[in-house]
Ligand binder design. Structure first.
Ligand code: KG4
Ligand code: ZN
Length: 355
């Protein structure tokens, strides 16, 4: 009899799913944050993030083996906490979305396996989503949403990519980094300056008291839609070698502010150039580096001057989180996506240029 009731409820849920009001659990374990979130009808009900920063700090970067182990420890409590904070139980869910890639394979597999097990046990669909697409879709959790098409700059630890987003499924790549990502440029500089990990957060903080024009760092590839940040990192290394000794703590704010400004000049200039070139008046900036305070100010100023509508998710939805995965999952599930339980994780996964 209980089984009959369950089947009946699942049929009712399928009808409700047709009306696009889904209750979706999102799971994110692509790097060093274990996160679970619940979204209903485009509204965020909970977003729990267990950071592993403390576990990787002493190594100066993410250690993949440690990351996988920590995800295994955290995944069940984080999911339970996300459901409790949303005031729902697992049986209420209509579907599950999980990051399938890109990311660290061992880490991705923890989230993917948890999602599959839950979906199978509950008899509901699940969808494996692209982490970068998730970063872009975080903006749809806000009340003020961009209309399509829009230009999206994704700036994270592994990505510095500019896309024209035509709709929920079509992403045209118009520029990307040829070497390091902007987040890497922050992280590597922090390492060279012995400022700790994660570099972006530390440099952002120190730079607040510095003069962004104090040092002259290079702005690469001025006449291209692509980016390059490895020369910037090298110029800092050369500067340090020439000096022969580390910067004095009193000099650090000026170094951090000038280095950060070189990154910001390039990000702002190339993103707004893409908007102009393609005659698009809406720009989304997302990914971990979009949590940077100077980035938010610089883009707001430049977009204001150019008459462009700017959309940057709140800081907590810029760095890795499962809310963005649940948001994207709801879009895909309401379109009828239901991935096979055979789905595997992928370390690299370019966004789709056409639907
Ligand atoms: O999106 P994310 O959390 O993970 C990836 O998908 O890579 O981005 C992480 C990157 C790191 O390189 C980190 O240093 C950078 O985002 N980041 C920042 C800030 N917060 C995180 N960079 C600059 N300023 C920040 N406030
Ligand atoms: Zn990310």
């Amino acid at each position: 009899m209980r089984l009959l009731y369950k089947l009946f409820f699942l049929e009712v849920k399928k009808i409700v799913r047709g009306s696009k009001k889904l209750l979706v659990l999102g799971i994110e374990t692509s790097c060093d944050e274990t996160s679970a979130a619940v979204v209903r009808d485009g509204k965020l009900l909970s977003n729990i993030i267990a950071s592993q920063i403390k576990d990787h700090e002493k190594f100066g970067g993410v250690v993949p083996e440690i990351a996988s182990r920590k995800h295994i420890e955290a995944i069940s409590p984080v999911i339970s906490e996300a459901l409790a904070a949303a005031g729902v139980s697992a049986c209420d869910l209509d579907g599950i979305a999980v990051t399938r890639g890109p990311g660290l394979i061992g880490s991705l597999l923890v989230g993917l396996s948890a999602a599959k097990a839950l979906a199978y046990g509950l008899g509901i669909p699940f969808v494996g989503v692209n982490h970068i697409e998730g970063h872009i879709m975080a903006v749809f959790l806000e009340d003020r949403k961009p209309a399509f098409p829009f230009v999206a700059l994704v700036v994270s630890g592994g990505h510095t990519h500019v896309y024209i987003v035509e709709n929920y499924h079509t992403f045209k790549l118009v520029g990307q980094t040829r070497d390091d990502a902007a987040g890497e440029a922050f992280d590597k500089a922090a390492k060279l300056l012995d400022l700790g990990y994660p570099g972006g957060v530390v440099i952002d903080k120190i730079a607040k008291n510095g003069n962004p024009a104090a040092y002259d760092f290079p702005r690469a590839m001025k006449d291209s839609e692509d980016f390059s940040f490895s020369g910037l990192k090298t110029s800092l290394l050369v500067m340090l070698k020439k000096r022969g000794n580390p910067f004095h703590p009193e000099e650090m704010p000026d170094v951090a502010a000038s280095y950060q400004e070189a990154i910001m000049d390039v990000l702002v200039e190339k993103t707004l150039h893409a908007a102009r070139e393609h005659d698009i008046r809406r720009v989304v900036v997302c990914g971990g580096v979009a949590a940077n305070s100077r980035l938010r100010t610089r883009f707001a100023e430049a977009a204001g001057d150019a008459g462009i509508d700017l959309f940057i998710p709140p800081m907590i939805l810029c760095t890795d989180n499962a809310a963005m995965i649940a948001a994207l999952g709801e879009i895909l599930l309401s379109g009828g996506r239901n991935d096979s339980l055979q789905l595997n994780a992928v370390s690299r996964w370019p966004l789709a240029a056409a639907s």
